[in-house]
Write a protein that binds this ligand. Structure first.
Ligand code: NAD
Length: 268
């Protein structure tokens, strides 16, 4: 039987690609499209909005009434992500969350929901290449050790609201954890003025914004005489949408818990 999936943030850049991906997938069906109450797309057909043809699903402003007729929710909105997760779990729906810049309190609540019987995936970047990069940078950091300075440079389109990107933070956390140090104590965000020499243990974070760049991340390991640069470039949003759809399929078979894309892709 096809899984019935609701998209929250359905008129957004990611939301439209998710609606498109669901409509093209033979094993999934669009069960709802939710947007902000002020969104001009309310009432429109979500499939037409996504350029995928008529879906018969109108964009509406409330998630709750849709949950009884759904198996899973995908949330890439800038809205009430935690409240949506609570509602989805209470209704027995799985939920895949791609929204970035969630605070620690929100992440703790999502973990609690996983322990309380919910099935959730939370990932700041759903692309397969980036999730492989998370694994690779941790291994490289471990092998190279503290002799190599680590700097992370990310670039995104001019509309991105949060910085540094959730992916850059994820990469830095993977490196910090491989080095056995805390990310919060070692991350240095940009440099300006007379900041002094770089310490060996810091992880430099640099956010570049401009144009329509979907998402570039470079991790630089530099020492005397050489530097190693590992780069991932997303050339379209479908890579994130495909990852989110894989997460929906994974959760259909999963035990309760809060997972990430490493779990979905079997990279642990
Ligand atoms: P966007 O601004 O184009 O879309 C966000 C949508 O959410 C908008 O249409 C907005 O109206 C809607 N929204 C806001 N409040 C809402 C509410 N209360 N209820 C329902 N909908 C609401 O942004 P985007 O580029 O699509 O990115 C959305 C989020 O996804 C950001 O946090 C971004 O960083 C993240 N993102 C994650 C990944 C990933 O792989 N995890 C990839 C790309 C983007």
């Amino acid at each position: 039987m096809r899984q019935r999936v609701i998209v929250v943030g359905a008129a957004g850049r990611m939301g439209r690609r998710l609606v498109h991906g669901i409509m093209m997938a033979p094993d999934l069906v669009l069960a709802g499209a939710v947007e902000h109450p002020d969104c001009p797309a309310l009432g429109q057909d979500a499939g037409l909005l996504a350029g995928a043809g008529l879906s018969g699903v109108a964009v509406t402003a409330s998630l709750a009434p849709l949950l009884a007729q759904a198996d899973a929710v995908i949330d890439f909105s800038l809205g009430e992500v935690v409240a949506n997760a609570r509602a989805a779990v209470a209704a027995g729906c799985a939920i895949v969350i791609g929204t970035t810049a969630l605070d620690d309190l929100a992440k703790a609540e999502l973990k609690r929901l996983g322990q309380a019987g919910g099935r959730l995936v939370l990932a700041p970047n759903m692309s397969i290449g980036v999730n492989l990069l998370f694994k690779v940078v941790a291994e490289v950091a471990q092998i190279l050790g503290e002799d190599y300075d680590v700097e992370i440079v990310e670039m995104h389109h001019r509309h991105k609201k949060d910085a540094p990107s959730g992916t850059a933070v994820g990469l830095a956390r993977a490196i910090a954890s491989a080095r056995g140090v805390a990310y919060d104590e070692h991350a240095v965000h940009g440099r300006a003025g007379l900041v002094g020499e770089r310490s060996r243990s810091e992880i430099g974070m640099h956010a570049v914004r401009g144009g329509d760049v979907v998402g570039d991340h470079t991790v630089i390991f530099a020492t005397d005489g050489e530097r190693l640069e590992l780069t991932h470039r997303a050339s379209g949003r479908d890579t994130f949408a495909f990852g989110a759809l894989r997460a929906v399929r994974f959760l259909a078979q999963a035990q309760p818990g809060l997972y990430d894309l490493q779990d979905v892709l079997g990279l642990r």
